[in-house]
Design a protein around this ligand. Structure first.
Ligand code: DAH
Length: 347
């Protein structure tokens, strides 16, 4: 009898450990402890055991019963846990503390973009948007930068294959190509074609260049474009606005300077430098921040504005550069790495 009991417990051990689902479990349970089960059958044999052996025998049977019951409980627990995991998806452990790290923070580029838009809204600018997938017309041709112009070479960038179709960005001519915009200046054309002067818009957004990534270059970055069209606009208005926005963003003592330059869509054209020596980590006298100028009459003609009536200024600048100056960041790559140690500093 003792050997039979030991064998039964060993059998229960192997059988129950192999169980995967509840129906199998119920069947196994019946096989061992059900009314017709093996243990039940052994218990029934107690009747024929001699009286003096009964206490010892009873003890053995009770021990075996306890062991088998413990095995059954463990098997059921394992099967139930498996069912729960399958229901929730294997990755979820509902007993773990919540992985929620609390409210996030704005990205430094978002902070600077929003601050610049706020500063410009105060003086009457509204925010305009344009697509990142552009056509050559908006990105170059309408901005007086024809396909054989050397200025286009420097910005020659990510073109899509002829077969690519973007239903929401329509081409002006059938054989012009789609490309990722190299600057936000394309929004100038879109805005002028959509509306009538006077115009006063700011357009922040992502742009793409054929640049090799290093501490100060990235193949995609962000710009902020402004366009102002009205009667009698002068370079003086342009300089005054730039002085105002940089001083608002970077504080009193910020200086702006123009250097003569060439852009196809402005005449005259300038590069804009700023100096903000009062900021903690600015150790350069002048930081190149963008380009600007008076809207070229040829651009007005392309969008159907009478260039003897309308005048305007435009400028575009890099948002990363601005944020780097403001916060004293020395490597552009920090903006895109999603490193919480970096991002949390802007909370
Ligand atoms: N689009 C120029 C660039 O990406 C910047 C620029 C220059 C924008 C002159 C303008 C402008 O609006 O008038 O380098």
């Amino acid at each position: 009898m003792q050997d039979t009991l030991t064998a039964l417990v060993t059998k229960a051990q192997t059988d129950l450990a192999a169980l995967q689902a509840r129906p199998e479990f119920e069947a196994a349970k019946a096989r061992f402890v059900g009314p017709n089960g093996e243990l039940t059958a052994l218990m029934k044999q107690m009747g024929s055991v001699p009286k003096e052996e009964k206490p010892a025998m009873g003890k053995l049977i009770n021990e075996a019963k306890g062991k088998i019951q413990a095995l059954l409980d463990a098997a059921l627990q394992r099967i139930e846990a498996g069912e729960l995991t399958r229901q929730l998806g294997a990755a979820v452990d509902p007993t773990l503390p919540s992985p929620d790290v609390g409210p996030g923070t704005y990205h430094p580029l978002t902070l600077v973009r929003e601050e610049m838009c706020r500063i410009l809204r105060k003086v009457g600018f509204t925010v305009a948007d344009g697509p990142e997938v552009e056509t050559e017309f908006y990105c170059f041709d309408a901005l007086n930068t024809p396909s054989d112009h050397p200025a286009r070479d420097a910005q020659d960038t990510f073109y899509f294959p002829e077969t690519a179709r973007f239903g929401n960005v329509s081409k002006k001519t059938p054989n012009e190509k789609y490309l990722l915009r190299t600057h936000t200046s394309s929004v100038q054309i879109r805005t002028m074609l959509q509306g009538k002067p006077p115009i006063r818009i700011v357009s922040p957004g992502r742009v793409y260049r054929r640049d090799t990534t290093d501490a100060s270059h990235s193949a995609n970055f962000h710009q902020l474009e402004c366009l102002y069209v009205d009667r009698n606009v002068t370079v003086r208005d342009l300089k005054a606005l730039l002085d105002y926005i940089f001083e608002s963003l970077l504080g009193a003592g910020t200086k702006t300077r123009f250097r003569p330059h060439y852009f196809g869509y402005t005449e005259p054209s300038f590069e804009v430098d700023l100096s903000a020596k009062h900021l903690p980590k600015v150790n350069k006298e002048w930081i190149e921040i963008g380009g600007c100028g008076m809207v070229d009459p040829l651009v007005f003609e392309t969008v159907g504005y009478d260039s003897t009536v309308w005048s305007g200024y435009a400028f575009g600048m890099g948002l990363e550069r601005l944020a780097m100056t403001l916060y004293g960041i020395d490597d552009i790559r920090y903006f895109y790495q999603n490193d919480l140690r970096f991002l949390k500093q802007f909370a």
